[in-house]
Write a protein that binds this ligand. Sequence first.
Ligand code: GDP
Length: 527
Amino acid sequence: MSDNYLPASASNRRTFAIISHPDAGKTTITEKLLLLGSAIQVAGSVKGKRGPHATSDWMTMEQERGISVTSSVMQFPYHERTVNLLDTPGHEDFSEDTYRTLTAVDSALMVIDGAKGVEDRTIKLMNVCRLRDTPIFSFVNKLDRDIRDPIELLDEIEDVLDIQGAPINWPIGMGRHFKGVYNLYTDTIHCFKQGHGHTLHPDERIQGLDSDAARTLLDDEYDDFVDTIDLVRGASHEFSLEEFLAGRLSPVYFGTALANFGVREMLDDFVEWAPKPQARETTVRTVAAEESDFSGFVFKIQANMDPKHRDRIAFLRVCSGQYTKGMKMHHVRLGKELRIADAVSFKAGDRVLVEQACAGDIIGLHNHGTIQLGDTFTAGESLQFTGIPHFAPELFRRIRLKDPMKAKQLQKGLQQLSEEGSTQVFSPLRSSDLIVGAVGQLQFDVVAYRLKDEYKVEAIYEPVSVYTARWVDAKDPRKLEEFRKKAEEHLSVDGGGHLTYLAPTRVNLNLMQERYPDIVFRATREH
Ligand code: GDP
């Protein structure tokens, strides 16, 4: 298969993620994209969710729950491009991971369930994309069912998501009467073929809405459809590459991922229009993807992808230059040179040793505890990529060991889990307790499960009266010291050694902020 891959050149890379509300069809579209990219022979093998590629023990837990909590990277060739698709976990509680993944892409595909329209999670994720003006493709899914009026859906995308929608194609019918999509720009009908979910059917086209073939296909709906198209052309935005690249306008496609229809039409345009690897901000300067020196940052750490190895993989987005096997990298935070010969990539979901990777690619570095989320690697320059967020947790538990002899394992387990960013650990200044914080309940369950499964630690998770956490800092070290003395009772150190205020109530937090105006209380921390 590697023969299909193009030489590592930043200009042909297209790196994106799918954003959607759970159940809109992200997994199904991912399968079809991989099928189109010939990265897999049979659809249905993308995730552990569907069985065959379950890669770790604790994934059994997500299978039981019917959710997907892991995310991975898939690379496939398409036309003249190499596409990197970064999977994002779908469950609410794992949104932090998703946010960070969105910092590592150059564009996104928004999938909308045509029957449901724009849903909560999509709104939240769009807001994250907007922070960096990430260009967005839109796909309205499930046209094989009765969906809402497409015009209404387009309005909703514009109003709710505050982005202009430019329909590229328009559906002919829906549900049992779905006949295909009409491309407004090429004046071509792509005819719908039902029931070829696992194989690619040939792209059957009719050229010209004005043709006899189009009249035959549309039959007595013909006149109505021509009127609709006039209306759509008149009332909607025209596609503009410039507006799209600025993140202000989204091309909109209709189709049904399950029936494997419309995804190809979307992908054909995607590889043409989606931006190549973009320049990235650092603490020092902007780094262009075309620069020859290597640079990149870690946006995700994942454990135990391969149960045989029990290792952790740090996912690094290459921002400039090339990775070549055996090269030396500068680990900026530690100020150390590392020789890396065993970076992996994720073609078709399988791990393979990378010989070479370029800007836009994601490589996996084996992490033995020296790599943290947000770490920057360069060819030697001291700079740090910015904008990779760490959010304050909202739920807290005090951990008590059932077996006090396991204190070391507990420390180690928690430290590793917090490096992955799935949970955060706080050590109060005044006690030897350990407090774990997470953004949702599911994360506690995962922590408990993994501590038991991987570190053989059984623990009790007690409620603790903490409302929220704020990272604290001050320009003047004396002010910070003063605050530290006064507020010691509620201060902790997090896994990265940062001083954190654990506020027992919202009122208390407000009070402290008023009382100590020189102290900065941060709800997010950049790595
Ligand atoms: P995810 O949660 O966004 O990953 O969604 P999935 O891809 O798992 O899809 C959720 C459900 O919707 C599954 O039962 C799919 O079979 C179904 N589904 C996905 N795409 C379509 C479609 O085009 N038409 C119909 N009728 N069902 C679909």
